[in-house]
Design a protein around this ligand. Structure first.
Ligand code: EPZ
Length: 421
């Protein structure tokens, strides 16, 4: 099994270029099923979640062409209704967007329940609420989601989400774009990748307004045409490198970012004593002295992202004083890394939704295992900051969402290798 071998303690220096946003790409690729024509998409990250989704679309009959430099062309023009391969679907979370895409395109959908990172219960009742509001009858049985048109067919409607859900917001947008009438999503999520998906669909001829606010309006159109689209930079990948510099020390220019998307992370790292300088599409992070304690509460965008919880957690393990993280999206997410941090010398106590972290002078290398994508990234940062040698196992989780992590870190002077156990 491949694992990462890390020799910690070397400050990070140089520059790193951020790839296209994973969580935008994994929504835009299934949404291409709605399009009658060729979607030429740029800045597609080279990660296993994307490979899996492209494999699913290929298996469904799409014509896919990949070019160097993160360009993917997807042509779903003549794709007949096909059930996506259940084994492939269960490999990733974002395969649930195929339900919305099939419903929008064919008026019916049958897709296996999604897989993906399992750090907490991840229900899809709000997705189902949206599909039902559009007129579908949705059954969940034998590990499958089966959505069919109800007696009056599909029609735009008002959906008020009970929880702010990224996935439900995206899935309802995808399902509604080709449905006659107007759909209004209230209490919608506002993450940058929701805006990116709406921009992609609008470029192809959809009529979506309000993405990025909590009320999104979708006026159904008859068809979408092909076109060109460039995916935004990955907020969480950028945040991960920023946190890495803060935890490990050094001076790094993080290129290809949208500084506005990073504000919450930038503010927290500054509060902790890192020097963060914003440029038009880059951010420089420097850290020399010891970090200071902080408190973080994870929230939907524009709040502090839950996907950065572990990475900021590493910074806190080394900061002076007692820090706190309150997790308000996925309560059980601490357990994905808490024991591993402790094995490396961190002092972390979890009580329900809150982790209390008392900073230590040093972390020490250990053999640890990733239990999900972001916890895995946090362990890599911890290994880079620690004294001695760290092995990180289960790196397939990390490779779901970080393009060329080893190459990018190596270019910053980190001593990290992908080795076979
Ligand atoms: C998306 O997951 C991201 N995944 C996650 O990133 C991210 O952690 C999460 O949003 C929160 O920002 C993708 O975009 C593919 P939610 P998603 O629906 O859409 C509850 C990563 O590492 N909820 O916004 O599945 C849910 O339990 C991944 O990149 C319901 O109750 O998350 C949670 O408490 C991990 N019913 C909250 O809402 C539903 O139907 C937010 O979940 C849906 C969600």
């Amino acid at each position: 099994m491949p694992r990462y071998e890390i020799h910690g303690g070397t400050p990070l220096e140089g520059s790193v270029t951020i790839s296209g946003a994973k969580n935008a790409a994994v929504a835009i690729i299934p949404a291409a099923l709605l399009v009658n024509g060729v979607c030429r998409i740029e800045n597609v990250p080279d990660i296993s979640d994307v490979h899996n989704l492209l494999n699913i679309l290929t298996q469904m009959g799409a014509r896919i062409r990949r070019e160097a430099g993160g360009i993917v062309e997807i042509d779903c023009t003549d794709v007949p209704y096909t059930e996506p391969d259940a084994d492939l679907v269960r490999k990733i979370r974002a395969s649930y967007y195929l339900i919305g895409a099939q419903l929008g395109r064919y008026g019916k959908a049958k897709v296996a329940m999604p897989g993906g990172c399992n750090f907490a219960p991840r229900p899809i009742d709000q997705h189902v609420k949206g599909f039902t509001a559009l007129g579908a009858t949705v059954l969940e049985e034998d590990g499958m989601v089966d959505a069919r048109p109800g007696p009056d067919g599909l029609r735009g409607n008002r959906v008020n989400l009970d929880v702010v859900s990224v996935g439900a917001t995206i899935n309802i947008i995808i399902a509604a774009v080709l449905v006659p009438g107007q759909t209004i999503i209230e209490n919608a999520a506002k993450e940058p990748h929701i805006v990116d998906l709406a921009n992609f669909l609008n470029t192809m001829g959809a009529r979506i307004s309000g993405a990025g606010t909590d009320v999104i309006r979708i006026k159904g159109v008859k068809s979408l045409r092909g076109g060109f689209y460039s995916i935004i930079p990955d907020q969480i990948e950028a945040g991960t490198y920023m946190a890495a510099v803060a935890a490990v020390g050094g001076n790094v220019m993080v290129n290809n970012v949208i500084p506005k998307h990073m504000e919450c992370i930038t503010a927290k790292l500054r509060e902790m004593g890192a020097t963060v300088t914003e440029y038009e599409d880059a951010i420089r992070v420097q850290r020399t002295g010891r970090l200071r304690r902080a408190t973080v509460k994870t929230l939907p965008y524009p709040g502090f992202p839950t996907d950065m919880q572990g990475q900021i957690g590493v910074c806190m393990t080394l900061a002076e004083g007692v820090s706190r993280i309150t997790e308000s999206i996925y309560e059980t997410r601490f357990f994905a890394y808490c024991d591993e941090f402790t094995a490396m010398g961190a002092n972390i106590q979890v009580n329900g939704k809150t982790a209390t972290i008392t900073g230590v002078e040093k972390l020490y290398g250990a053999s640890v295992a990733a239990h999900d994508l972001r916890a895995g990234a946090a362990l890599v940062i911890a290994g880079l900051a620690a004294e001695g040698q760290t092995f990180v196992d289960n790196i397939h989780y990390i490779e779901r969402g970080y393009e060329n992590l080893v190459g990018k870190l190596t270019a910053l002077g980190a001593k990290i290798r992908r080795v076979e156990d």
